[in-house]
Design a protein around this ligand. Structure first.
Ligand code: MOS
Length: 700
């Protein structure tokens, strides 16, 4: 191989690198799904139901078809039929992606028609003019935690785990916490709204799309439209955020339908308000946590039960009680995830699904227990560190939560903290500090990658990875450079194209780890093929890897990323205003590939934590059936003035079973952040806030 001694001395992984596509992004050269030009492009505009539940009686397409530029109106009477009886990567499809198949309306904002026109303006005008007649039916969207119709659900994990005798252990406990915690409906709104362009060319379907996994979307579209996956190509070169919302949804399906019917390229993009109905959301939760501890603060009983809400057509569980299964053990240990079905859009994965609301409840309850026991909240947690999985009994791959708390406490100045609540003032502000633990599963899934040694001495990696803004493309460049033993400047990583073969989605905090394994496997094979001084042919030398067997052979262990969250809050008791003054997160999340972008991901997650603690709340009106103020003016998120200096750092936590030592950093940093803030608000005021968000009206 043509490496210089200097190149070999530079290890790229672990050193900070700016995004390889950063210049393209800031200069506008990077094109997103809705930007890419196509000749003969037509524009589809979705028409959403204005009733919550009911039947479509009539859609007056005729007059709209006479409007300027309109080329088609698709609805349940003329749209192509779809197949929905299949199981794919994430299980059965959510029927809400199978649009225009029947006259039933299952929720407000259900797509009832697609108006296609020559320009987006014409499509929008015609869509707004389309008269749809409904037969409304009674609906129920009200959500309560004690609803008699709730039932436990096995989502991606069992619905219920149970050991020991809760009542006996609680009765024998010196300190007991038994409280209810609630979190509201929340929405993920990536900067780039969902958009897809579909076209048929030479018998193949091409979809340019904003998604979290090109081969995943190919698989879903192949199933829905009964097509050979080899006849579909999905590209998603640049994606402006995903957070779990960018799977297969109504707009891609509608675009493919229209492109099929019209035999010309059709683009369908969602508006920000449409995203509130069509992009999924995080269910509200009602959680009850019961903790019992001995006089030393050691848990005897841990009981975490969560109820979330799903739609009437799809069972998605916000598995909030799952976090207790890995964090703390107790002689009596019970966790339970239940759902209630309502006439709402299907919820979906939203950053830190389950763990984010779950840790708010559990880590708030731990703080309450610390107060009751008179033990420092960090000390209480450390006394309850399990030596194996509390429910699984499996060993931990690594669990460096203690190191996170120790490093965090030192840097945050925790030792000087006066445990008494409500005694610190800064002018009109009451001040407090709080902490909480974070965890999120770390895993890997099969992927393929190809690497080409080019004749000019460069290397090209092709992998159907997606960079949803995380810096994954840059991370893979560094991983490939080290695996090939060359400088990162000699490596080009191409992603976001299903033609590169199957790969894990950008989700579950598993992307970079899964893709890196495939890149390293290909690099290893390529290096075996190359001998020093050999001539590389003009087409290069390409090898391809598949990590399916490697992943199957991974030891079954408790594998998680962890973190310790710290927050300082200031509360104005006259106005109820809460300001977060500083935050610190110390994480044990495997080997950090690119400190620059990793830090951004951590601080981004913690910013979501501020948002979750203080701002985010979709209030669904029981009569109208949708969120009130469904746009980013009505749905508040933390913005610049709400976000103080946030520090994020990490302790060494190299995963022994990963070729680079990676675990995963995508989601762990939102987990526990809201609890740390709520615990700080208690420390400032002496008042517990068990319902998020901590709005000024609740503080007063
Ligand atoms: Mo993430 S909620 O797995 O996209």
């Amino acid at each position: 191989m043509t490496t210089t001694a200097q190149e070999a001395a530079v290890r790229a992984v672990g050193t900070g690198h700016v995004r390889v596509e950063g210049r393209d992004k800031v200069t506008g050269a990077a094109r997103y799904a809705g930007d890419i030009p196509f000749t003969e492009l037509a524009y589809g505009w979705l028409v959403l139901s204005t009733v919550v539940r009911g039947r479509i009686r009539d859609i007056a397409s005729g007059p709209v078809l006479e409007m300027p530029g309109v080329v088609a109106v698709l609805d349940h009477r003329n749209a192509p039929r779809l197949e929905t009886d299949y199981v794919s990567l994430l299980g059965r499809p959510d029927p809400t992606c199978a649009v225009f198949q029947h006259d039933a309306v299952p929720h407000l904002g259900w797509p009832v028609a697609l108006v296609v026109a020559q320009t987006p303006e014409q499509a929008r005008e015609a869509a707004e003019a389309l008269v749809v007649e409904y037969e409304p039916l009674p609906h129920d969207i009200e959500f309560t935690g004690d609803h008699p119709d709730s039932y436990p659900v096995d989502g991606h994990m069992p619905g219920v785990t149970d050991k020991g005798d809760q009542e006996a252990e609680l009765a024998a406990s010196a300190a007991v916490v038994d409280e209810e915690y609630t979190t509201p409906e929340e929405h993920h709104h990536p900067m780039e709204p969902h958009a897809a362009t579909a076209r048929w060319e030479d018998g193949r379907l091409e979809v340019v799309d904003s998604n979290q996994g090109a081969t995943w979307v190919v698989g879903e579209l192949a199933n829905l439209f009964s097509l050979d996956p080899a006849s579909i190509r999905v590209r998603s070169e640049h994606v402006g955020g995903g957070f779990g919302s960018k799977g297969v949804r109504a707009h891609q399906v509608a675009a493919v339908m229209a492109a099929t019917v019209l035999q010309r390229p059709v683009r369908v993009a969602l508006t920000r308000p449409q995203m509130f109905a069509l992009a999924g959301h995080r269910s509200p939760t009602v959680q009850r946590v019961r903790l019992g501890a001995d006089t030393e603060g050691r848990l005897r009983a841990l009981d975490h039960r969560s109820v979330s809400r799903t739609s009437k057509v799809y069972e998605f569980v916000e598995a909030s009680a799952g976090v207790a299964r890995v964090m703390y053990d107790a002689a009596a240990h019970h966790t339970e995830n239940r759902v209630v079905r309502r006439d709402v859009p299907s919820p979906t994965f939203m950053r830190g699904p389950g763990e984010a609301p779950g840790a708010f409840a559990l880590e708030s309850a731990l703080d309450e227990l610390a107060e009751k026991c008179g033990i420092d909240p960090i000390e209480l947690r450390l006394r309850n560190e399990p030596d194996k999985g509390p429910v699984s009994g499996l060993p931990f791959a690594t669990r460096n939560l203690r190191a996170c708390f120790e490093e965090g406490a030192r840097r945050f100045g925790w030792a000087q903290r006066d445990p008494r609540p409500g005694v610190r003032r800064d002018g009109r502000w009451l001040l407090g500090t709080g902490t909480a633990a974070a965890s999120f599963p770390a895993g890997a899934a099969p992927s393929t990658a190809a690497i080409t040694a080019e004749a000019d001495g460069r290397f090209t990696v092709r992998i159907a990875a997606t960079d949803i803004g995380t810096g994954a493309r840059t991370a893979l460049t560094l991983v490939a450079a080290d695996a090939l033993d060359v400088a990162p400047e000699r490596v080009t990583v191409r992603i976001g194209d299903s033609e590169f073969g199957f790969a894990m989605i950008a989700g579950g905090s598993m992307g970079t780890r899964s893709w890196s394994m495939a890149v390293i496997a290909a690099a290893r094979d390529l290096r075996e093929r190359l001998v020093p001084g050999m001539a590389i042919p003009a087409e290069g030398i390409t090898v391809r890897s598949d990590t399916t067997a490697q992943i199957a052979a991974l030891a079954n262990m408790e594998r998680h990323s962890y973190g310790a969250q710290f927050a300082e809050a200031a509360v104005d008791p006259a106005t109820g205003e809460v300001r977060v003054r500083r935050m610190l997160g110390i994480f044990a999340a495997g080997r950090i590939v690119n400190p620059l972008t990793a830090r951004s991901q951590f601080t981004g997650g913690m910013t979501w934590g501020i948002s979750m603690a203080l701002h985010e709340e979709a209030v669904r009106d029981p009569a109208f059936g949708g969120p009130v103020g469904a746009d980013l003016a009505g749905y508040h998120v933390a913005t610049n003035a709400d976000v103080p200096r946030i520090e994020a750092d990490w302790v060494d936590d190299t995963d022994p079973d990963d070729p680079v030592g990676i675990k995963g950093i995508g989601e762990v940093a939102i987990v526990g952040a809201a609890a740390a803030i709520a615990n700080a608000v208690w420390h400032a005021t002496g008042v517990r806030h068990r319902s998020l968000p901590i709005r000024p009206s609740r503080v007063l």
